[in-house]
Design a protein around this ligand. Structure first.
Ligand code: ZN
Ligand code: ZN
Length: 193
């Protein structure tokens, strides 16, 4: 396993700064990997899928430490707005959800005596605080459907409304009409016509 300071350096380079979220994300990723028995995420990349529940600083740190990427399909952003991530070992089936404890914010000051400001206190404290104070852990079950697994696309169909091609079974079959999700449910964008 990389040292904590190696991982912090990699994460800072990837994210652009060493903010408290980077430190917390790095610690969270290291804890999660350890929980599922993966010490070298590069060598074991085919065994690993990570589900990140937030799209903030810590998500970048988790990507940097695990090497998992959206484009490799081994990083899933499931945006619940919760500072948590689940680490799945595909070989053993073991999955552990790691959640940042709310209490850790208040405890940070005690781990950074004489340091002014919450930002700097948290940045330093999160480096040294025991894992048990930073996170709670729960064993969970995660099943990844074939169409979400890494590898070649399983299907490719055309939306009968807009004509876009849809891969990996993301389409909707509405009473016999094949639609993309945007046409079926309304998209995040509106067409200007
Ligand atoms: Zn940041
Ligand atoms: Zn469509």
């Amino acid at each position: 396993m990389n040292t904590l300071s190696d991982d912090l350096e990699v994460a800072a380079a990837f994210h652009g700064e060493t903010c408290p979220g980077q430190v917390l994300g790095v610690r969270l990723a290291r804890a999660g990997l350890a929980q599922i028995g993966i010490s070298d995420p590069v060598a074991d990349r085919k065994k690993l899928i990570v589900f990140v529940e937030i799209d903030r600083c810590a998500a970048d740190a988790i990507m940097a430490v695990t090497g998992c990427r959206v484009g490799k399909r081994n990083l899933k952003v499931v945006d619940y707005g919760v500072m948590a991530a689940t680490f799945l070992n595909l070989e053993s089936g073991r999955a552990v959800r790691v959640v940042a404890r709310e209490e850790s914010r208040a405890l940070a000051a005690g781990y950074a005596p004489g340091v002014e400001g919450k930002y700097e206190q948290q940045r330093r404290a999160y480096t040294i605080m025991p894992e048990k104070e930073l996170f709670s852990f729960e064993e969970v079950e995660v099943s990844v459907p074939p169409e979400d697994m890494p590898g070649r696309p399983l299907s490719r169909v055309r939306c009968e409304s807009c004509g876009d091609y849809v891969q990996d079974k993301r389409e909707v079959n509405a009473y016999g009409t094949v639609l993309c999700l945007a046409c079926a449910r309304g998209g995040y964008y509106k067409r200007k016509s």
